[in-house]
Design a protein around this ligand. Structure first.
Ligand code: AGP
Length: 614
């Protein structure tokens, strides 16, 4: 996704802009650019390629100034090119604008502007915004404040935006605005920062202002003025963010992804802290006000999410039906939002999202609310759009997840879903106090078990060494192992580019078995439980066709050692928590295979950390 960074203060802006873009690199991008205001003059430098290319341009032609905006572009409309890079400008070249999102009605707007004589330099949707702002000045005169010109332009726009604008004729300000795309403002004595996300600001300030949809912020030396698109003043609410700057750094690991895999024990401890007390089988979520009556009114749960978060929903489906004894289903957010889903005030819709900014999941939340459902979200970013749009939110406290491939966010999502299922079951009386105490104890013991499991990292690396040249892979699981098979396949494909598929193990004989040969590693979740014998049968079927089996199995499982070609054993835990343990070896396997294939693990090709466009 595109990244936006801005600086307004008493120091040279450029170093902050470059540093800010580097912190946003993980979002995925194909070009970068900056604009600064210096002694009443506007300077723009931008180019296709990585930030290093931009730095080369800037070292040849430095640009000064104490106010500036910057952008990393993840192409939506228009190929990656110098012309399509941001900042974009108007005909006069006096306006510079950076944008994240999609202007959905940009074509008719562009046509009308061109008929009125505006000349376009790019094929992007974004450039239309710069010309609309220019047109506001043409219509209403140069006495118009930049923020009012921006509001006038945005009134004509459909779609999503997070944007920042500077204007040579009004060099004492930066104007920014947002709708459905993330933008936060960091404030510090005498300095103001703008960013697409919080980690890029942590080095400078922990005082954050979250801009809401259809709000416009004007940044000057007097501070931050916020108003709605209609001009209604909005009171600044400064939130103190507790993330420490270190947590957004690599901490000595080769990649963010490996660091975040190893952070999972701490992430789970932080996520359960303050929410459980074993003795009273107590479970509590501060952010949720669920009375017993409300809990009893729910007759159905719908999880909605994308990607890895959707896999968490699949595990949740099993847990809700197992403990709460009501129907549960999982919907891809993009399908749910356009399908006119049948939900009502007795349906609990649970949106699962790490970033809290995924456009499709946000759209699903809006649709669920429009249909009258109660909506809660499970989210890792405090104050994010989806968290604020939901009736209630349960935060995962995984800390910033920088690697594009989600790991600690996923296992903390599963932790929250497990806890929430127990919480709801207790409210509805489908779980006894003793059962709850046992399950809470199992959860408290889980982080230590993950730490033991992570000590087997070298075993997993050795297996990766045997299989990293494969071109395909099949992941199989049953019950709660099936979503983990899907997640293992997603991890592998998104960072190593090996084609990998996840399947319910029972489905193998209905087609995928045709793929089995000695070149197709088959990763099987051979977890203990009532389906174990069936899984053993699947392993036999694979071996009978010359396939290679990598099994994830419980420690001490003797039978599996006679059947599988490679084994990663996981500690014993209650069956409902086994997905959290089982995914760890698959995260490590995908990581080491990708590293051995020389892939860019933290920023895989074509991918973005948060997909804030449809
Ligand atoms: C996970 O490894 C992927 N990067 C991706 O599928 C991600 O889970 C998906 O885009 C949803 O993101 P969200 O959790 O921030 O909504």
């Amino acid at each position: 996704m595109c990244g936006i960074f801005g600086y307004f203060g008493s120091k040279e802006a450029l170093p902050f802009l470059i540093e800010g873009l580097k912190k946003l690199e993980y979002r995925g991008y194909d070009s970068a650019g900056v604009a600064t205001l210096n002694n009443g003059r506007l300077f723009i430098t931008k180019c296709v390629g990585k930030i290093a290319e931009l730095e080369k341009e800037l070292s040849a032609r430095p640009i000064g100034g104490k106010a500036g905006i910057a952008h990393t572009r993840w192409a939506t409309h228009g190929q990656p090119s110098d012309e399509n890079s941001h900042p974009h400008s108007d005909c006069s070249g006096k306006i510079a604008l950076v944008h994240n999102g999609i202007i959905e009605n940009y074509l008719p707007l562009r046509r009308r502007l061109a008929e009125e004589g505006h000349k376009f330099k790019s094929t992007t949707d974004t450039e239309v915004l710069a010309h609309l702002i220019e047109k506001e000045f043409t219509k209403k005169g140069e006495t118009l404040a930049l923020e009012d010109a921006v509001k006038g332009a945005l009134e004509q726009v459909e779609g999503s935006y997070a944007l920042a604008v500077v204007y040579e004729n009004q060099p004492d300000k930066i104007v920014c605005a947002r709708k459905a795309s993330p933008l936060v403002i960091g404030v510090q004595e005498g300095e103001t920062f703008i960013s697409s996300d919080i980690p890029a600001l942590l080095k400078y300030t922990s005082q954050i202002i979250y801009l809401n949809d259809s709000e416009v912020a004007t940044i000057t030396e007097d501070g931050v003025k916020i108003e709605t698109l209609k001009g209604k003043p909005v009171k600044n609410k400064i939130t103190l963010v507790s993330w420490d700057p270190e947590s957004a750094e690599k901490g000595g690991y080769t990649h963010f992804m490996l660091k975040e895999i190893h952070e999972q024990p701490k992430a789970i401890r932080d996520t359960i802290a303050g929410r459980i007390k074993v003795d009273e089988s107590f479970i509590h979520f501060d952010e949720l006000n669920f009375s017993v009556e409300e809990a009893k009114k729910i007759n159905r749960v719908v999880f909605t999410a994308c990607g890895t978060s959707w896999h968490a929903g699949l595990v949740g489906e099993y847990l809700i039906e197992q403990f709460v004894k009501i129907p549960a289903e999982v919907e891809y957010a993009a399908e749910f939002r356009y399908r006119h889903p049948i939900v009502d005030e007795n349906t609990l819709v649970i949106a699962i999202t790490q970033s809290g900014e995924t456009a499709d999941t946000l759209g699903a939340v809006w649709e669920a609310k429009a249909q009258g459902a109660k909506v809660i979200s499970i989210c890792n970013v405090i104050g994010s759009s989806i968290a604020r749009e939901s009736h209630g939110v349960i935060y995962t406290y995984a800390g910033p997840e920088i690697g594009v491939a989600s790991t600690k966010a996923f296992t903390t999502q599963l932790t929250v879903i497990y806890l929430f299922a127990l919480y709801l079951a207790k409210k509805r009386g489908t779980l006894s106090k003793m059962e709850a105490q046992k399950m809470i104890s199992d959860l408290i013991a889980l982080p230590d078990k993950i730490e033991c499991l992570l000590l087997k990292e070298n075993e997993v690396e050795a297996i990766a060494q045997r299989f990293y040249k494969s071109t395909n892979a099949l992941f199989l699981g049953r019950g709660k192992g099936f979503p983990i098979a899907l997640e293992g396949a997603l991890k592998l494909k998104e960072i190593s580019y090996i084609h990998a598929e996840g399947y319910p193990a029972a489905e193998m004989k209905h087609g995928p078995i045709a793929l089995i040969d000695k070149n197709m590693p088959v990763i099987i979740l051979a977890l203990a439980g009532r389906r174990y014998d069936k899984i053993m049968g699947n392993i036999e079927e694979v071996k009978a066709r010359g396939g290679m089996v990598i099994a994830v199995a419980a420690e001490g499982d003797q039978m599996i050692t006679e059947k599988a070609d490679a084994i990663i054993s996981i500690p014993h835990t209650t069956e409902a928590l086994s997905p959290i343990l089982a995914v760890i070896p698959l995260q490590l396997l995908a990581y080491y295979i990708a590293v051995k294939r020389g892939c860019h693990v933290d920023q895989p090709r074509n991918l973005a950390k948060s997909v804030t466009v449809e």
